[in-house]
Design a protein around this ligand. Structure first.
Ligand code: KIV
Length: 285
């Protein structure tokens, strides 16, 4: 007789029951309860479905797709149309994770009106929040978006769209003056209504101070373990990135029985605090 018991999704690595939709309200409650938030990048429907089924809280359609999907050496060539296309693919595969999409280089730097138009394109493609890079000049844009109902994730520290101005992919906020500027920019973005803040490649102590003061949710990447959540580029943690990987990345395929097993381990390790550990803190000053 045929076994008619439905098999658990992804070889048993993902729970069989669908979970409730992750909302901004729920993410804030997680932060308040001290529950760490697990985020990964996704660029297509199949990986979005898998990551969602494995319990990833937030999917980021990152402009890192310019590097991992398109083979560019930076995120600069990615267009708004390409971001909208990948956002719509991810939205079709996703069921319950919170979906964030990057505003790409050149799609918001021109004016508040341009930022609003570009955010509209990504929200209509299925995003629930848009991410933009930089501090100092960005709070007016953030305020305009938030006032019009667009949740915003800011991004400070190593901001890849400014890689040429920053002189490469290097740690930010190392000296006292640079750290003070980052703290001030984070405070201004929080005042402007940014609900989330990605901190990339900053010393863990600075990331902890910013996380303590920021009114929303902080997500670290190469920023130590004392942010409210963690994000990695999916291709990096599955070890399928071409070329060098940043030091803060752990290869979750090591010892995993499947991709879903690797993703489930990432979620578990972020939530338990096992990732990042001492070896994966990134560039701790
Ligand atoms: O584009 C991206 O994937 C990102 C993450 C590295 C945070 O911005």
């Amino acid at each position: 007789m045929m076994n008619e018991t439905p098999s658990a999704p992804y070889g048993g690595a993902a729970p069989a029951a669908a979970r409730k939709a992750v909302t901004l309200h729920r993410l804030r409650a997680m932060r308040d309860a001290g529950d760490r938030i697990a985020m990964l990048t996704a660029y297509d429907a199949a990986s979005a479905a898998l990551l969602d089924a494995c319990g990833v809280d937030c999917l980021l359609v990152g402009d890192s797709l310019g590097m991992v999907m398109q083979g560019h050496s930076s995120t600069l060539p990615v267009t708004l149309e390409q971001m909208a296309y990948h956002t719509s693919c991810v939205a079709r595969g996703n069921r319950s994770a919170w979906l964030i999409a990057d505003l790409p280089f050149g799609s918001y730097q021109g004016s508040t009106e341009q930022a609003l138009r570009s955010a509209t394109t990504l929200m209509q493609a299925g995003a629930q929040m848009v991410k933009l890079e930089g501090g100092g000049w960005t709070p007016p844009l953030v305020r305009a978006l938030v006032e019009r109902g667009v949740p915003v994730c800011a991004h400070l520290g190593l901001t890849p769209q400014s890689v040429h101005a920053l002189g490469g992919y290097r740690i930010q906020g190392r000296d006292a003056a640079a750290a003070a500027t980052l703290r001030a920019h984070a405070a201004e973005l929080g005042d402007a209504g940014a609900a989330m803040l990605v901190l990339e490649l900053v010393p863990s102590e600075l990331a902890a101070q910013i996380s303590e003061a920021f009114p929303g949710i902080t997500i670290g990447i190469g920023a130590g373990s004392r942010t409210h959540g963690q994000v990695l580029v999916m291709h990096d943690m599955l070890d399928i990135t071409v070329g060098a990987k940043p030091r803060f990345v752990r290869n979750f395929m090591h010892g995993a029985t499947s991709v879903a097993d690797a993703v489930a381990t990432y979620v578990r390790d972020v939530k338990s605090g096992a990732f990042p550990d001492e070896a994966h803190h990134g560039y701790v000053a």
